[in-house]
Design a protein around this ligand. Sequence first.
Ligand code: C2O
Length: 575
Amino acid sequence: MATSQLPPFPSMAVLLFGFGFVFLMPVFVAGVTRHYTFHIMYRNVTRLCHTRTILSVNGQFPGPRLVAREGDRVIVKVVNKVSNNVSIHWHGVRQLTSGWADGPAYITQCPIQTGQSYTYNFTITGQRGTLLWHAHISWLRSTIYGPIIILPKRNQSYPFQKPHKEIPIIFGEWFNVDPEAVIQQALQTGGGPNVSDAYTINGLPGPLYNCSSKDTYKLKVKPGKSYLLRLINAALNDELFFSIANHTVTVVEADAVYVKPFDTDQLLIAPGQTTNVLLRTKPYLPNATFFMEARAYFSGIGSFDNTTTAAILQYNNHSSSSSKLPVLRPTLPPINATGFVANFTSKFRSLNSVKYPANVPIFIDRKFFFTAGLGSNPCPKNTTCQGPNGTKFSASINNVSFVMPSTAILQAHFFGQNNGVYTTDFPVNPPLPFNYTGTPPNNTNVSNGTKTVVLGFNTTVELVMQDTSILGAESHPLHLHGFNFFIVGQGFGNYDPNNDPKNFNLVDPVERNTAGVPAGGWIAIRFLADNPGVWFMHCHLDLHTSWGLRMAWIVLDGPQPNQKLPPPPSDLPKC
Ligand code: C2O
C-alpha cells in the first residue's frame, strides 16, 4: 500500500497551481492618462436667423467630446479667454479624493478669471457609460457643455450586444438673446425670466422652427443594425420628453451605471441626466425618414418654452428609386404628463449582477427630510418687484435659500479658515412642518444663508426630498455632486415616515446622480458618504438653482491616507 508522503517543499503541485493562477488571473490593465485643453472662447452662432456671440470650448458648439475608459486619468487644462469668470464641472464623475477638480464655482473652487487657467485632474473609477461636462457658474452652461463618454476597461465588454455605432445625442436650449442678461434681469426684478427660443439636438433646433430647417441634425443609419444612442440633457431649465417615430428603444444605462434593460417608445430625461439606449433599425426600409423629437415636460405654473425640436433618422438609400416616403412623426406624452413620468422613472432598476452589484446602504446612520420648492423674498424698499404679489421669486430647501459665498467653501473648510464663509447648521428637518402638498401657508417667505451639513466619513445617509406646492407643485431634478445615490422610494403627496419605508426597494434600486423629485410628491435616496470634500446639491433647473434651491454637504476625511482629501493643486484659482 502506497503511503502518501509529503513531497519536499515547494511541491510540484503548488508550483503548477501557482503558474496556472498567474495565467488565469485577468491581466491587470492600468488606465492611461488622457490630456485635453479647453479654451473658453467666443464664437458667433446663427440659429433661427439670430446671430449671437456665444461662449464656447475651442470654438465648438456643442463642445468637444471627452472620451476615456473606466480607470483612466483625465487631465483637462481650461484656459479662460473670455471676459466672464468660468469653471467647468464634470457632471456625475465621482471625484474620489479629487474634490478640487469638481468645478462648481464658489463651492469647490473660485472661478477661473479672464486670462487665467486651471488644470482639472481626476481619475474615472467604477463608472462606465455617458455623463456630461458643463460650465458651473451662473447660466454659462447654456452654451458651454459637451459629452463625457466612458468606455469599459480595455479587456471588458458591455453587458449587452455590442452596437454597430455609438452616437451622442445631446439636448440643449437656445436663446436668441444672451442668457446672462436673462438671468440677471430676472434676479433683479424678482420675476420669472424670459424662456428659451428653441430646444436643440446636437446644437440644432430642427425643421419645426422658423428659419431653421437647414439646422437639422441628421442621423444616417443602416437597416438591421443596433446603435447605442448616448442621450444627454444639457438643457438649462427643462426636463424633456423624447421619442423616435415608429421605433422602440432599449434603455441599458443611466448616469454611467448599467440598468436592467427595458423597452420604451417614449423617454423622459431631466437636465443633468444621461442615459444610453439601444436603437435597433428595421430590416429594410429604403429612403425611409423618421423624426426624433423632444419637447418639455412642465408641471409648474408660469411660462415655459413649449416648442419642439426635431432631428431626422434617415435610412440609407439602397434603391435607385427616388420615391419620397412621408416623414413620420413620433407621439410625445402631453406637456404635463406627471403620471407618465412616475411610471417611466419606476422602470429603472440597477442591473445588480455579480459584476455590477447594487451596494445599497441598509443600516442608516443619519436621516434627513428636506422640502424643496419655490417661495418668495420680500421686495427691497422703494423698488417694485415682479414676483408673486410684488415679491421676488426665490427657491429653497427646508426654507433656506442658499446664498453663494464669495470664496470657495472647500478652500475655507480645508484650511480651517471659515471666517463666516459658511455655517454648519443646515436644518435636518423643515423648520415649520405643514401640509407640504396641500393649501400653502400664508407666509411664503424663505430665509437666506450659506448653510451646510457636516457628515463624518463613511456615514450612511437617507434623504427624503419632499416637493412643496407653495407656489405650485413642480418637479425638481435634484443633482448631488460627488456621489451616486440609490432611489429607494418615491410617491405622491406627503411622505409618510411610518408607512412609506415599508415599500422601499433595497434590492435593485436605480443608482443615479440626478433624479426628479416628483411634482407634488417625494423621493427617498440613500448614499454612502465615502468621499471627503464639499459637495453641492441642487435642482438642475438652472433657474431654480439661481433662486437658491441648492445646499452643500461637507464630508470629513477618513482615518486612512487614501480617505483624505489631498491639498489643492498649486494653480487653484483665487477669488
Ligand atoms: Cu450638472 Cu452642479 O451640476
